[in-house]
Ligand binder design. Structure first.
Ligand code: FES
Length: 149
């Protein structure tokens, strides 16, 4: 439970073709969402490795959101399925490290899904705010990262 006043920091890995486009559309449509997320554009979520997620936590993220194309719509065929598997594996590693697996989440959104993207962001911020900061577990996450190299 977050008892401090700190705002959660959330890294959002967004694939270029859908999630990033949806985030961009949300911005141009002036849709409001919490400023807690830092978006990192990736060509495809399939490009994201487990250590990308672990490094985000190590760098101080309280939560990591992975946003890719809808299932069956990845521009690289099966990248979002690969990412889904890696996210699930990383969630297990987080749990073994004593970090709540809910801190890492994958969502799927179409390029036109600006409102959906905003709802995913709001829900993620709400979840991470309830969980509180993850900083006290950084060292363990770092150790976990070393274990998967
Ligand atoms: Fe969007 Fe692969 S191009 S998830």
């Amino acid at each position: 439970m977050n008892t401090g006043n700190s705002e959660p920091k959330i890294v959002a890995f967004c694939c270029h073709y859908c999630a990033y486009a949806a985030a961009d559309l949300a911005g141009s449509g002036r849709l409001q969402y919490p400023p807690n997320i830092r978006i990192i554009r990736s060509p495809c979520t399939g490009r994201l490795e487990i250590n990308f997620f672990m490094k985000a936590f190590e760098a101080g993220a309280d939560g990591v959101l992975v946003a890719g194309c809808e299932e069956g719509s990845c521009h690289f065929k099966d990248g979002n399925y690969l990412a889904k598997g890696r996210v699930n594996t990383t969630r297990q590693l987080l749990q073994e490290a004593g970090l709540e697996p809910e801190r890492l989440r994958m969502v799927n959104v179409s390029a036109a899904g600006s409102q959906t993207f905003v709802e995913y962001v709001r829900d993620m911020v709400e979840t991470i705010t309830k969980l509180g900061p993850a900083r006290h577990q950084k060292t363990t996450a770092k150790e976990q990262q070393g274990a998967i190299r």
